[in-house]
Design a protein around this ligand. Structure first.
Ligand code: EPZ
Length: 430
């Protein structure tokens, strides 16, 4: 069983290259099957969720060639099966992007209901509402979402909640509908914009992505493209917060600073220095961290995917901080583990009241979900003594070479696979 063994106390110092955005790459991969031409996708992160998606695509007849670790060639001219049903695909949320893509191109799709991180109720009513508005029949039977349509027709759709997944799914299906679709109250996340740019590079006509209103003029076919995925906003934000928590000096490279504005603002508020250049940001934490208030919101607000990481920093900051989670109701499951490391946090409903402590101490902790996992590793890097992080499978879903990148910044962290390796690590660190 793989675990991270970590000895805390080293400030993170240096530069780290940020990879491609997982949450952009997943819908881009799904959308790549909407043409019979060949599609080249670069800057793909080599993480578990992406590899599961590639496998699911292969199982329905898509040719996938891995050109190098971060580049794939996709050709979907021989899709033989419109039913996506396998053990692995259930585990990734983004499996449902194959519904929008297959429905758009083939007017039919059957996909296993999605799983993903257990961070709260993850409804799909807005996806279904959007597909139905485009003229599709949608039923849920035996754990499968089944959709079909004689033809899809453009529609005016008002999303009741701002949903990344529903915006993306409906955008894909509408790309190959007859007529114009307008999505109101659309999600504005960078990955929504990236997918629109990708589809437009294949011949789609999508305007307004990145605003509340997206207009899609349907086209009858899409063509091949060569596309590079945007950098991962959340991976970058995680390393920026890791610099703060460890009192370090880290430059995140190969990023789009605009995507990180809400995180940069909070780092400044808590007393870090932040320097921005064209495609990198340097975070220096030389002073004691100060308390603040954070509320998670859809982009451009503070991302829910950064909530555990900022909480880990605030729990080491002077004074009382308040964090309000307004997207997912079950995203504080890591707080019990953090408490075992010495944090003083009280969760009431969707609010965490955090009284800063001077230090964390190492413990054996278990990861409840992807972003919480990264946050717990950050806590361990700042903690006194040794921490063993279990269930790191979740972290590997979304962070490529997480421990190696941290190691290169000076962290004492190792991936261990047995009790013997763990003992060896403990002996080595003394
Ligand atoms: C995406 O999830 C991301 N996943 C999540 O990242 C991220 O936390 C989330 O967006 C919010 O930014 C992927 O991109 C694969 P939503 P998604 O639909 O699309 C409610 C990570 O760590 N809702 O924007 O599932 C829903 O319950 C993951 O990388 C409905 O009510 O999120 C939630 O409260 C975790 N009905 C809110 O909207 C619907 O039909 C936002 O969900 C859909 C959603």
């Amino acid at each position: 069983m793989e675990q991270y063994a970590i000895k805390g106390g080293n400030p993170l110092v240096g530069e780290v290259e940020i990879g491609g955005a997982k949450n952009a790459a997943l819908p881009v991969l799904a959308a790549s099957i909407m043409t019979d031409d060949t599609v080249y996708i670069d800057n793909l992160p080599d993480v578990r969720d992406i590899n599961v998606m590639l496998q699911a695509m292969q199982e329905i007849g898509v040719m996938v060639r891995r050109d190098n670790r971060h580049k794939v060639t996709v050709n979907a001219s021989n899709v033989t099966n419109l039913v996506v049903e396998n053990e692995y695909i259930k585990k990734i949320r983004a499996s449902y992007y194959l519904i929008g893509a297959l429905l758009g191109k083939y007017k039919k799709a059957e996909v296993t209901l999605p799983g993903g991180c257990d961070i709260g109720c993850r409804a799909i009513d807005q996806h279904i509402k959007g597909f139905k508005a485009l003229g599709a029949e949608v039923t849920i039977e035996h754990g499968l979402i089944k959709t079909k349509a004689d033809k899809l027709r453009g529609a005016h759709i008002f999303m009741d909640v701002v949903s990344v997944g529903a915006t993306i799914n409906v955008m894909m299906a509408a790309t190959m509908a007859e007529g114009t679709t307008i999505i109101e109250n659309a999600a504005k996340e960078p990955h929504v914009v990236d997918l629109a740019n990708f589809l437009n590079s294949m011949g789609a006509s999508i305007k307004g992505a990145g605003t509340d209103v997206i207009r899609i003029k349907g086209v009858s076919s899409l063509h091949g493209t060569d596309y590079t995925i945007i950098p991962d906003q959340i991976e970058a934000g995680t390393f920026m917060l890791a610099a703060a928590v460890t009192k370090g000096d880290v430059t995140v490279k190969n990023i789009i600073p605009k995507h990180l504005e809400s995180i940069t603002a909070k780092l400044l508020e808590i007393g870090c220095e932040v320097e921005e250049a064209d495609d990198c940001i340097r975070v220096v934490a030389s002073k004691p961290l100060m308390h603040t208030q954070v509320k998670t919101q859809p982009y451009p607000g503070f991302p829910t995917d950064m909530q555990p990481q900022i909480t880990v920093a605030l729990a080491l900051s002077q004074g009382t901080s308040i964090v309000t989670e307004s997207i997912f109701e079950n995203r504080y499951r890591y707080v019990d583990e953090l408490t075992r490391m010495g944090a003083n946090i009280k969760v009431e409903g969707n609010t965490a009241i955090i009284n800063g402590v001077e230090k964390y101490t190492g413990a054996t902790i278990s990861v409840p979900d992807l972003r919480a996992g990264a946050a717990l590793v950050m806590a361990a890097l700042a903690a006194e003594g040794c921490t063993v992080v279990e269930d790191i499978y979740y972290i590997q879903r979304g962070y490529e070479d997480f421990h190696l990148k941290l190691h290169n910044l000076g962290a004492m962290i190792e991936l261990v696979e047995s009790e013997r390796e763990l003992q060896k690590f403990k002996l080595k660190i003394g």
